[in-house]
Write a protein that binds this ligand. Structure first.
Ligand code: G1P
Length: 289
């Protein structure tokens, strides 16, 4: 069984749900408390042992590439002024050379198509996918919890979390068969089901560990919900052939797919911050009167 070394981060989306904030910058670069949203996702993956990041990008996403590059003027100036504490804060945004790849999805054909664009760089090994719309505050990180399950079972793994029943039509939703501890064996999964016919309220969180065989299914996956090629549809087919578990992870997911989602994530991470948490709590309290 292969170790999970590589992760795909699809970042080609236009961020229409958070306009105008995203008119000129990628939504992944919007700050959540004190850092761009994408930094949380990269940190989560690093904690799970990910060594190589494959970003599936689109037009106008260059800021992400620049963020994970050296910034010589800035770093030299900070070093000259002896601002070592700030320099240290930049460390997570300065990856080892050669550990990030960028590939373009030329047309917005759906999440399944975006993942398929990474097939050559992933090669022949199981890999992770993290959707940067969802940030998870968890210790160990959400992906690390999933890697632990994968190491135990060798199965494909997705993270799931409960959502209010009337919101299931915004997510991929699983059809649970049997629960073994935090693991759930599934009968099926469906992308954005109508509220009335959803098989459960367990939504797919946007974290996946998949065998490379998923690419065989993505290769000819027909368009599904929303007229897009859906990863969920390809996974539902893969599930008929290979072991597949859902994991109800420990932690708090924040769905940054909306304006209020960003606000909630910002407040949540500020409150949880070791240095600023107490002040943030006092600030929120005083704002609420
Ligand atoms: C995607 C996935 C969906 C998942 C969701 C999590 O949907 O297709 O299965 O539940 O992310 O946020 P999207 O939000 O891109 O429409």
């Amino acid at each position: 069984m292969g170790r999970i070394r590589k992760a795909v981060l699809p970042v080609a989306g236009m961020g229409t749900r958070v306009l105008p904030a995203t008119k000129a910058i990628p939504k992944e670069m919007l700050p959540v408390f004190d850092r761009p949203a994408i930094q949380y996702v990269v940190d989560e993956a690093r904690e799970a042992g990910i060594e190589h990041f494959v970003f599936v990008t689109g037009r106008n996403k260059g800021a992400i590439e620049d963020y994970f590059d050296r910034s010589y003027e800035l770093e030299t100036t900070l070093a000259e002024k002896g601002k070592t504490a700030i320099l240290e804060e930049l460390e997570p945004s300065r990856p080892e050379p050669g550990t990030m790849s960028f590939v373009r999805q030329q047309a917005p054909l759906g999440l399944g198509h975006a993942i398929w664009c990474a097939r050559d760089i992933i090669g022949d090994e199981p890999f992770a996918i993290l959707l940067p719309d969802v940030l998870v505050d968890a210790k160990p990180s959400c992906l690390a919890q999933m890697v632990a399950v994968h190491e135990e079972t060798g199965a494909n793994v997705i993270a799931v979390n409960p959502v209010p029943k009337d919101e299931v039509n915004k997510y991929g939703v699983i059809d649970p068969a049997e629960r073994i501890g935090s693991r759930i064996r599934m009968k099926g999964m469906v992308e954005k089901p109508p509220v009335e016919s959803a098989p459960s309220n367990l939504s797919i969180t946007g974290r996946y560990i998949l065998n490379r065989s998923i690419f065989d299914y993505l290769e000819d996956q027909a368009a599904g919900a929303g007229g897009e090629i859906q990863l969920t549809d390809a996974m539902a087919r893969l599930m008929e052939k290979e072991a597949f578990d859902a994991v109800e992870f420990e932690g708090t997911p924040y769905d940054c797919g909306s304006k209020l989602g960003y606000l909630e994530a910002s407040i949540g991470f500020a409150l949880a911050n070791r240095e600023h948490g107490n002040d943030a709590r006092a600030l929120v309290k005083s704002m609420l009167g």
